[in-house]
Design a protein around this ligand. Sequence first.
Ligand SMILES: Cc1cc2nc3c(=O)[nH]c(=O)nc-3n(C[C@H](O)[C@H](O)[C@H](O)COP(=O)(O)OP(=O)(O)OC[C@H]3O[C@@H](n4cnc5c(N)ncnc54)[C@H](O)[C@@H]3O)c2cc1C
Length: 311
Amino acid sequence: MARTGVLIETENGGVKDTSLGVLTAAAGGEIYALVLDTDPAGVKDKLAEYGAAAVVAVKPGSGDAGTSPDLAAELLAAAIKEYELEALLGTASAVGKDLFARLAALLDKPLVSDCVEVNLAEKKVKKSHFSGKTFATLKVNADLLLCTVRPNAVEAVPAPAAGEIMEFTSDAADPGLVKVVEVKKGAADKLDLTEAPIIITGGRAIKAAENYSMLEACAAKLGAAVGASRAAVDAGFAPHSMQVGQTGKTVSPKLYIACGVSGAVQHFAGMKTSKVIVAINEDKDAPIFAKCDYGIVGDIFDVVPVLTEKL
Ligand SMILES: Cc1cc2nc3c(=O)[nH]c(=O)nc-3n(C[C@H](O)[C@H](O)[C@H](O)COP(=O)(O)OP(=O)(O)OC[C@H]3O[C@@H](n4cnc5c(N)ncnc54)[C@H](O)[C@@H]3O)c2cc1C
C-alpha cells in the first residue's frame, strides 16, 4: 500500500481541525502523520481516530525547526526519504504554504497548493483558478506528490487506524538563511478566519466599526469567526486581516453568513467554496441572492439580533 505523509499542525497541544480534514484527503494509503512541534503522545489518539497508521515525531539532531523554516523543510525532506512516502499533504495555511514551497524547492519537485480535492491513486488534484471562476483538475507527473489542501475544503471523517508512535531524528543541518524572531498572534479568543468552520461577514452595510459587535455576539453563539468585505475595510470599519476576497483571505467554511454584502465577484473569489452560503440583504435584487443557498431579505440590524437570540 502506498505511504502518504501528512504534515500535522497543532495548537495549544491539540491537533488543528483543518489537519484532520487533510488526513481524510489522504485516505486510501497508509498514512504517516508527521508532527514537528508537539509531543506525539498527546495527539496520537486524535490522529489515529482520523486515519493515521503512524504518528511520527520528526526532530532535528541539532537546531530549532520552530524558528527555522528551512530546517523544518530539511526535516520533512529527510522523513519523506526515510519512510519512502509517495505523497506529502499539508494545510494551505500560513505555515503550510511556507514549508511546502521550501520543501518543493529543496527537492526540486512540483507543488500544487490550495487544492480542494485530492485523488491520490491517480495523482490528480482539483483547485480553483481565475478568482474561483473555474476549477482545474491537474495530474501531477512526478514520483512525489506535494500538495496543500484548502482549510475545511475536505470534511474530516473518522477512519480509525493504529496510530503507532515513532520517532525520527534527522541530522540535517540548518541552512541558517531565515530565522523567525517573533510571532505576533491575534487575540487568543478569536478564531483564525482561514480555518474557521463558520464565518459571519459584515459588508458596507455594517456602517461603523462598533457595529461589528453585533456580528461578534452572533459569532460567539455559532463558534464562528467574523469577516469583512473590502468596502467595509476601505471604510475603516474593520482591519484588512478580516477581509475576505480576491485581495483578502480565501476561506472555505462549512457555513458562510454574509450580512449586508452585495456579492461582488471579487468577494466571491474568496469564499466561493464555502459549503453553505447564507445572505442577509435588504435589496431583494442584490447579486448575492443569485449565488447563495439561503437568502433573507431584510435589514441586518433587525435580522442578526433575532438570529443571535434564537441561537
Ligand atoms: C481588484 C479588486 C479587488 C477586490 N478585492 C476585494 C476583496 O478581496 N474582497 C471584497 O469584499 N471586495 C473586493 N473588491 C471590491 C468589490 O468589487 C466590491 O466593491 C465589494 O466587495 C463591495 O463590498 P460590499 O458588498 O460590502 O459593499 P456594497 O457593494 O456597497 O454592498 C452593500 C450591500 O449591503 C446592502 N445593505 C445596505 N444596508 C443594509 C442593511 N441595513 N441591511 C441589509 N443589507 C443592507 C445593500 O443592498 C448592498 O447589497 C475588489 C475590487 C477590485 C477592483
